[in-house]
Design a protein around this ligand. Structure first.
Ligand SMILES: Nc1nc2c(ncn2[C@@H]2O[C@H](COP(=O)(O)OP(=O)(O)OP(=O)(O)O)[C@@H](O)[C@H]2O)c(=O)[nH]1
Ligand SMILES: *[C@@H]1O[C@H](CO)[C@@H](O)[C@H](O)[C@H]1NC(C)=O
Ligand SMILES: *[C@@H]1O[C@H](CO)[C@@H](O)[C@H](O)[C@H]1NC(C)=O
Ligand SMILES: *[C@@H]1O[C@H](CO)[C@@H](O)[C@H](O)[C@H]1NC(C)=O
Ligand SMILES: *[C@@H]1O[C@H](CO)[C@@H](O)[C@H](O)[C@H]1NC(C)=O
Ligand SMILES: [Mg+2]
Length: 421
């Protein structure tokens, strides 16, 4: 009993000594702290949400629910109407399978929260087998806009009839045994070829001018600061990306020689080397923090835009120039005998057919698809868009050596100062 009381006294003494020590050692820094706080407040004053965003930031833990809900409704309807009225002719596109529902929903929730709830763009889902009722019900409920479900015709999904099936089976086995990523998967090949040459002419996309590709299990890490479709339209951009990196060369041993052959066949009729972004995919100097570990494949440096996020002008893909280029590559059957990805195919064709200033890097969009992510580097952007990410995260790719972003800055239409280095 007495022992306990002594213990409590002792605890008080320790605590009081601690407080005195704290004041003695830190007290005189108080002015400095105030000054620092003031500096920070001034520095980010423009970020004050009442001035930065028009309207309130509503706190969900406000006890006056009635008031909050009413204000929320008026503010939101005002905002939403403004934004919906300025909507572009665009769709959010997801090719996916029924069993990927939970990943699809989590991507949808992320994109709705960070962007689409204020715009309510349509969602278009595509599948090589019919979507089941559970998928349709849950995704319709998650979407702020309309939803559409499209069954891909067999002839746009399956390998072409003139593919040599005996040879194809052999090649699947060879690539699987060589440990190539998805080397043994036939469905993955159908998917890559579909995204390379067929998604844009599916009838369900006929009404639209732009698409944003979304995959299951991706996440958007910041509020969107703008409508990217509007940026595309206003600035006459045809292709937009967030991440660019090197492809595994073992997936496309003969892709580039077939590209080269097409460049010769084209003979300058649709490919204009004077203003396109061919340097971005062909130059093999090291740029920025790249390491020399990447091989080039005849002149192709393996750089590509990561197509799991991409925003495109559908009319670029629907153009005769794109179609002819794609058909030339498709006739070589490299989607099957090798494992050509849709990302390098889109990237190579876009870098050759488009002017480099028709391709845009969306610097401000925080995004992740395992294993990589991209988080805005500007502190201002980071705070203003309420980002939840870190440029120091291990997967943050922009300045890693596998990334091609510094190369894009130099040879594409990125940071102009890089061109002088
Ligand atoms: N309907 C359908 N969709 C598919 C099929 N294979 C892939 N997809 C979709 O195509 C997109 C790309 O496939 P992923 O499996 O994500 O390929 P990846 O992004 O290269 O690889 P990981 O995401 O790392 O597995 C995703 O949206 C998939 O849901 C398929 O056989 N049928
Ligand atoms: C198909 O491929 C097999 C195996 O490579 C080959 O023996 C056969 O001649 C090919 N068939 C045709 C019609 O080219
Ligand atoms: C889409 O384009 C491909 C390649 O040009 C063509 O083979 C296919 O028939 C087209 N599909 C539709 C539905 O127009
Ligand atoms: C390629 O284009 C050049 C110049 O436009 C032309 O002189 C030449 O005949 C063309 N070659 C072929 C094979 O069409
Ligand atoms: C360069 O890249 C390597 C590998 O990704 C990384 O470890 C290193 O920190 C980077 N250096 C700089 C200066 O960014
Ligand atoms: Mg994926």
């Amino acid at each position: 009993m007495h022992g306990d009381i002594r213990g409590i006294h002792l605890a008080y003494i320790v605590l009081i000594t601690g407080i005195i020590y704290y004041y003695l050692s830190f007290g005189d820094h108080e002015d400095e702290w105030f000054e620092k706080t003031n500096q920070l407040t001034r520095k980010y004053a423009s970020l004050n949400r009442n001035s930065f965003l028009s309207g309130y930031k509503f706190s969900t833990n406000n006890f006056d629910n009635h008031d909050v809900i009413n204000r929320y409704k008026t503010e939101r309807s005002k905002n939403v109407c403004n934004k919906i009225n300025r909507k572009e002719n665009a769709a959010l596109l997801m090719l996916t399978r029924n069993w990927e529902l939970s990943g699809a929903l989590s991507s949808m929730r992320s994109l709705e929260d960070k962007f689409n709830k204020d715009y309510q763009y349509d969602w278009v889902f595509m599948n090589d087998v019919p979507f089941d009722q559970e998928f349709i019900t849950a995704t319709s409920a998650m979407a702020s806009g309309r939803t559409f479900y499209h069954l891909i015709p067999d002839e746009d999904w399956n390998p072409p009839l003139n593919l040599n099936q005996t040879l194809y089976s052999k090649r699947l086995k060879v690539l699987a045994e060589a440990g190539v990523l998805y080397g043994g998967s036939a469905s993955y090949r159908n998917m890559c070829r579909f995204y390379s040459g067929f998604f844009f002419n599916q009838s369900i996309l006929d009404p639209y001018g732009y698409y944003l590709r979304v995959e299951p299990d991706v996440e958007f890490l910041c509020d969107f600061p703008y409508d990217p479709f509007r940026i595309m339209h206003q600035n006459n951009k045809k292709y937009g990306f967030v991440i660019t990196l090197r492809e595994y060369e073992e997936t496309l041993p003969t892709l580039w020689e077939n590209v080269q052959e097409y460049i010769d066949v084209d003979n300058g009729t649709t490919i204009d080397m004077s203003n396109n972004a061919h340097d971005f995919i062909m130059d093999d100097d090291l740029v920025g923090n790249e390491s020399a570990m990447y091989v080039t494949n005849d002149n192709y440096n393996m750089c590509h835009f990561w197509s799991n996020f991409e925003i495109g002008d559908l009319n670029f893909f629907r153009s005769q120039a794109y179609g002819k280029f794609f058909n030339h590559l498709d006739s070589k059957h490299g989607f099957f005998h090798e494992r050509w990805g849709d990302a390098p195919v889109h990237s190579i064709i876009a870098s050759l057919l488009l002017r480099s200033d028709e391709i845009i890097h969306f610097d401000e969009i925080g995004y992740t698809h395992a294993p990589y992510s991209t988080c805005p580097t500007s502190q201002y952007t980071y705070l203003a868009q309420r980002c939840q990410c870190s440029v120091d995260a291990p997967g943050d790719i922009p300045l890693q050596s596998i990334s091609c972003l510094t190369r894009w800055w130099k040879y594409g239409s990125g940071k102009k100062f890089m061109k002088e280095i």
